[in-house]
Design a protein around this ligand. Structure first.
Ligand SMILES: Cc1ncc(COP(=O)(O)O)c(C=O)c1O
Length: 437
């Protein structure tokens, strides 16, 4: 079937009836955010009832920060609660994305699976075929990367595939230095150093020295976390192409404002994740497009020796999420478009609240992603401590000296009620000059 025809048919399937705006969009879901714990918390009645019931327990609401009550119906005064904006969760996706309830019976019991690399066009394993096709259709629909001629490797979150890539490259070149330019995702250094001396984290100077000896592995994050810059806007890449690992978990129109700037990439190793595309972090589904089949095999070998293969139930779950996104594209409920509109609107709201406070805390990266860098006049920590809002520290993302103190990362892709708390917290900020008045 031609790609365009297939998309057309998919599009007409579940989203055909959903043309009446946000309320109806929400009503497509099995868990109406408004009804579950007043929209201010989570209670997994369907999913966890039987298991908790085994020990006489019933699912209860776990309220988001600053909400209390049996149904999380009460929002605390903002000066009487603490909220966490340091984790990159994408809870907002619950409000725009849904798929039919998923039934997995006790008969669904697969044997040890070999799906570490998944072949294109191999109908002998229909679920592999379906996953491959779902992913290739999704990439084609947004035109962000080339998949033709690449091997698909599936893993447990981009964590595992980043490690698999580092492993595959370092197996080829020997002990390696791993580098990503500042500001970077805070876990990268730990992930490299844990496997020292095979892989060791490097700063910029050490990375330049490692490149001289051909022992550098460079992680390129585009758009970057937390600066939200595309690769072309960042410092030049140091490592040769075969030693580059492209972390593209945010390379989607859902999480980048100018979708036309997401030009089609054809890098050697390109890694994606359902955590960042759609907020399914605990489900640990990720995939990589790998150009060199030998590198793909080595990455698959890493998956094999660490976790054997991707879990069967989660594979079905992930395909459902991916197909729900795919079905929505080009419809009124276009997942990428709705997500981006919301993230951008939130960014603008935060920017104007901060501007109204006098500018001692500013958003310091372009809007449109689920996080933003913030820059403060002086150390950020006292500002955020005072309003009870936790943000990630500049030091954790590689900044040093004053830059480490004066920067932070604020995440805001959460459920609407959590964002409501963030915006109210920001409204409590006082800049020194205002204090003096
Ligand atoms: C740039 C980057 N890469 C990878 C990850 C890890 O994602 P996953 O849940 O797929 O392991 C994160 C998480 O914040 C991230 O920001």
């Amino acid at each position: 079937m031609k790609f365009a025809t297939a998309i057309g048919i998919l599009n007409t399937m579940i989203f055909a009836a959903s043309t009446e705006g946000k309320k109806l969009r929400r009503s497509l879901g099995g868990h109406l955010p408004e009804e579950m714990c007043s929209g201010n918390g989570v209670r997994y009645m369907i999913e966890e009832k039987d298991e908790l019931g085994f020990f006489g327990l019933t699912p209860e609401c776990e309220c988001f920060d600053c909400y209390v009550g049996e149904e999380c119906e009460t929002q605390l005064p903002m000066d009487q609660c603490e909220a966490d904006a340091s984790g990159v969760d994408l809870g907002y996706s619950k409000e725009i994305l849904s798929f039919p309830p998923l039934t997995i019976t006790s008969q669904y019991r697969l044997d040890y699976e070999g799906w570490k690399t998944i072949k294109a066009n191999d109908k002998s394993k229909p679920i592999d075929y379906t996953l491959h096709r779902t992913l290739t259709f999704l990439h084609k629909a947004v035109d962000n990367v080339e998949t033709e001629g690449y091997t698909l490797v599936v893993g447990m979150g981009s964590h595992q595939l980043l490690q698999a890539a580092n492993h595959a490259i370092s197996k080829k070149i020997g002990d390696s230095s791993v580098y990503c330019q500042v500001p970077y995702w805070s876990k990268f250094p730990r992930m490299a150093n844990e496997f020292s001396p095979r892989t060791v984290w490097a700063d910029k100077t050490q990375a330049a020295a490692a490149e001289e000896t051909g022992s550098l592995i460079e992680i390129i994050v585009s758009p970057s976390n937390p600066a939200n810059l595309l690769h072309g806007e960042q410092e030049p890449i140091m490592a040769s192409k075969d030693r580059q690992v492209w972390d593209l978990v945010y390379y989607w129109p859902a999480s980048y404002a100018n979708k036309d700037a997401l030009t089609k990439l054809e890098e050697d190793i390109m890694i994606f994740s359902l955590s960042k595309l759609a907020g399914y972090a605990a489900h640990r589904f990720s995939w990589a497009w790998v150009k060199d089949p030998a590198v793909a095999d080595e990455m698959a070998n890493y998956v094999s020796v660490t976790t054997q293969a991707y879990p069967a139930n989660e594979m079905i779950y992930s395909i459902n999420v991916l197909q729900a996104i795919l079905k929505s594209l080009g419809t009124e409920n276009d997942y990428m478009k709705l997500m981006q509109e919301e993230l951008m609107s939130r960014y603008s709201q935060m920017a104007s609240v901060l501007a109204s406070k006098g500018g001692c805390v500013k958003l310091a990266s372009p809007g449109g992603n689920m996080y933003t860098l913030v820059k403060c006049d002086g150390p950020c920590q006292p500002y955020f401590e005072k309003i009870g809002l936790e943000v990630s520290s500049g030091g954790s993302m590689g900044f040093t000296g004053e830059d480490a103190e004066n920067h932070g990362r604020l995440c805001y892709g959460y459920e609407s009620s959590r964002f409501d708390v963030i915006i109210k917290k920001l409204d409590l900020l006082t800049c020194p000059s205002t204090d003096d008045d």
